[in-house]
Design a protein around this ligand. Structure first.
Ligand code: PHE
Length: 349
């Protein structure tokens, strides 16, 4: 081949390589183009291999042109490679873009049911006064009439024992769902000799038509204190202090004469209406007072049933409705809200 022709072939190779590089649109094509033009079997390498057959002048001209062309292809390849690489990298970054200024995905924490919160708050007030918390297993919900009524001095013909009021089971004779937490008084006196100072929360059951004010399952908290020289004054002081701590400092209380078979004398305790501060409103039915618990001095018959010497010991007991106390504190007007498990209700507490 004559010189001119060889130069033409080389320049055409360069043009064709540049054209291929221009058209390359994927980084893998860059390698293909390098192989096509610069590998051991490429036309350019062939020309270099054949330099030895040329005259010295031709060798110099063609040799340097061939080198220039390989260098130029090499550098064009590198430029294009870097361009495609940067393009791909930016695309990847764009696809994987994370907006770190977006708010995070918060964890939703569960919390205690408002009734559990109320029970915990009330029992902790009494624990601070030295009362011991009775465990659920020491105060069962499925109970015998013996503990729920008999030992509590409830007469055989008392209306509370009626099937309309109390749920009887078919588990065994005289087995009921307890209608009050007062069974824990008897269980405490069986388990332990005085002094006794317990607080006992739990579920109770009454065969009742369900309404906004009544449910056939609800919760009570029972308290019992038996020791030497316990008077009604101690009971009053204790409950006034409890109401002060639960409802806030300046709540008036009122002890109304009442009756329970297991306490004598008995009282119902009212607190000044938390809605109207005693003026009279819908919640307190215009009375200005809300009934919050029942209480009294433990009846000597009950102490006698438990072989506690009434000459040496006396005591008081009280029982309060958890739902009622929660409803009063949070102004909840329907008891059924506690049992429906509607998240919109529950998450407010
Ligand atoms: N057990 C009574 C009730 O359910 C409340 C009470 C408890 C009253 C203890 C006096 C003493 O109504």
């Amino acid at each position: 081949m004559e010189l001119k022709n060889m130069e033409k072939v080389l320049n055409e190779l360069l043009l064709s390589a540049k054209n291929d590089i221009d058209n390359a649109n994927d980084i893998s094509e860059i390698d293909e183009i390098r192989i096509r033009y610069l590998s051991r079997n490429s036309e350019l390498t062939n020309i270099k291999k054949n330099l030895k057959n040329l005259s010295n002048d031709e060798k110099r001209i063609i040799g340097s042109l061939a080198n220039k062309i390989s260098n130029s292809i090499e550098s064009e390849l590198k430029i294009k490679h870097d361009k495609l690489y940067t393009r791909d990298l930016n695309k990847k970054l764009e696809e994987e873009y994370i907006d770190i200024t977006l708010p995070g995905i918060g964890h939703k924490y569960g919390k205690l049911h408002p009734l559990t919160q109320t029970i915990n708050e009330i029992t902790s007030i009494f624990e601070k006064m030295g009362y011991s918390l009775v465990k659920t297993e020491d105060s069962p919900e499925v109970e015998t009439e013996y503990f729920n009524f008999d030992m509590l001095n409830v007469p055989k013909d008392h209306p509370a024992r009626d099937m309309q009021d109390t749920f009887y089971t078919n588990v065994g004779k005289n087995v009921v769902l307890r209608s009050q937490t007062s069974n824990s008084q008897i269980r405490a006196m069986i388990n332990k000799r005085p002094p006794i100072k317990i607080i006992s929360p739990g579920r109770v059951y009454r065969s009742e038509a369900v309404s906004a004010r009544k449910n056939n399952l609800f919760h009570q908290i029972e308290g019992l204190l038996i020791d030497k020289n316990i008077t009604f004054g101690d009971l009053k002081g204790t409950l006034n202090e409890f109401i002060r701590l639960y409802f806030g400092s300046n709540r008036k209380t009122r002890f109304r004469n009442s009756f329970f078979p297991f306490t004598e004398p008995s009282a119902e305790v009212d607190v000044e209406c938390i809605m109207c501060n005693g003026k009279g409103c819908r919640v307190c039915s215009g009375l200005g007072w809300l009934e919050v618990l029942g209480a009294g001095m433990v009846d000597p018959n009950v102490l006698g049933n438990m072989n506690i010497d009434t000459n040496e010991y006396s005591g008081f007991a009280f029982g309060m409705g958890v739902e009622r106390l929660a409803m009063l504190k949070w102004a909840i007007d329907d008891i059924r809200l506690f049992y429906n498990n509607d998240i919109r209700f529950l998450k407010q507490f």
